[in-house]
Design a protein around this ligand. Sequence first.
Ligand SMILES: Cc1cc2nc3c(=O)[nH]c(=O)nc-3n(C[C@H](O)[C@H](O)[C@H](O)COP(=O)(O)OP(=O)(O)OC[C@H]3O[C@@H](n4cnc5c(N)ncnc54)[C@H](O)[C@@H]3O)c2cc1C
Length: 414
Amino acid sequence: MNEKRVIHQENTPEKVSSLLYIMSSDFRVENNHALYHSYNLAKKYSASLHIVLLKEPEENDRNNTFFEHGIKNYKQIFDTYADDVSHFSSFNNTLKKVIKKADLIIKDKGYLLEEKAIEKELENLISDLDIGLEYVESNTLVPVTVTSNKEEYNARTIRKKIHENKDAFIDPVFEGEPDLTYAEKAMEIAQDFVSRKLKKYHLKNDPSLEYTSNLSPYLKYGFISPLTIIRLLFPINNDNKEDYFEELVVRRELAYNFIFFNEKYNQFDHMTYGWAYDTMEIHLGDKREYIYTKDDYTSFNTHDPYFNAAMKEMVHLGKMHTYMRMYWCKKILEWSPSYKEAYKIALDLNNYYFLDGNTPNGYTGVAWCFGKHDRAWKEREIFGKIRYMNANGLKRKFDIEEYVKHINKETEQS
Ligand SMILES: Cc1cc2nc3c(=O)[nH]c(=O)nc-3n(C[C@H](O)[C@H](O)[C@H](O)COP(=O)(O)OP(=O)(O)OC[C@H]3O[C@@H](n4cnc5c(N)ncnc54)[C@H](O)[C@@H]3O)c2cc1C
């Protein structure tokens, strides 16, 4: 394991007899470097190891059910590695007592504000005590803090840094060992993607086809590591490998970089670039032909059948085709009375309905619709210089009616 994955936050006391691993984002065994690190330190110090699974509930019960189902065999799986295993859904007093009993704490590194808030609470709790604390970055291929020490401008600026570092982080651990219910399922989905869909991945943008991996909810809960997926790609000889790497590693890790270095990533006034704010100011007064509310969206009540189908996919199935996510968010920008309202509606829907919502990717995807990580385009009504998308583009490029038919059929059954 590459030691650069470890961030030493508090010094380790001289004597360690009790170790605590707080698993809060990488819910798996395979390629979980924090688990591997904890397990080896426990052996080194002949210390006991307590594993705590910590995950605060989300607003949408569908997401909570997905997670609970995914970890349902956790006791049986982690018993092999630890002396004690427990599961908490908040940073409560019982957990605080467990924490205070440890000599050394290892925790998955968090990136979102709510994850950083828990880390702050943890650090405050142990600040006067002789307890060591280390964070481990196992959620991205290259640790966010290794790739860069600042917010990167776009994919072009981060790509080279990731490629320079990537080989040093092909450091697999615990491969092929029995795993959590959804870690096993994620592996099956990844293998199916690599053997069947990857060769058609150049068609990933077509909403009437299904050539993307659908791994995003599993990546969100850390049921699978990007490293695991990358290693499945090694023996494959196919040009689409590079495209997939670009999405899974470059784009995803650009999102993590944004969230990690910009603590105001979720605020309208701080999430995009100066040129985008300037153009929005100029076009704020442009006449909007359609204005819709959040309720119109969730009751599929707009004039646009493609948008309505995308909303059905979101509301009923908790997902949306990659290309339709861009279209969907651009339409909300176009049909809202102000950009600020549009941003709030899009983010609220994204984080409530998507199984893969509440992630760096979600905040970044929505910000992208407002110019983040993009460039200025030809000026037009409402969008100004922000990239524009319209229904004619969907009709011209894809069999978009087939997408609508397919979603109607799938959601009728749900
Ligand atoms: C408005 C908008 C909102 C989005 N909201 C989310 C969200 O809430 N959660 C989320 O995980 N992704 C989000 N994305 C990014 C992307 O659309 C999804 O990751 C992708 O659709 C997931 O499907 P997949 O796993 O089949 O993707 P694949 O094409 O199989 O890609 C593999 C993995 O690469 C990563 N990835 C792919 N595309 C992107 C991208 N553009 N940016 C960053 N990472 C990417 C994802 O982790 C994905 O699972 C959003 C994009 C936009 C434009």
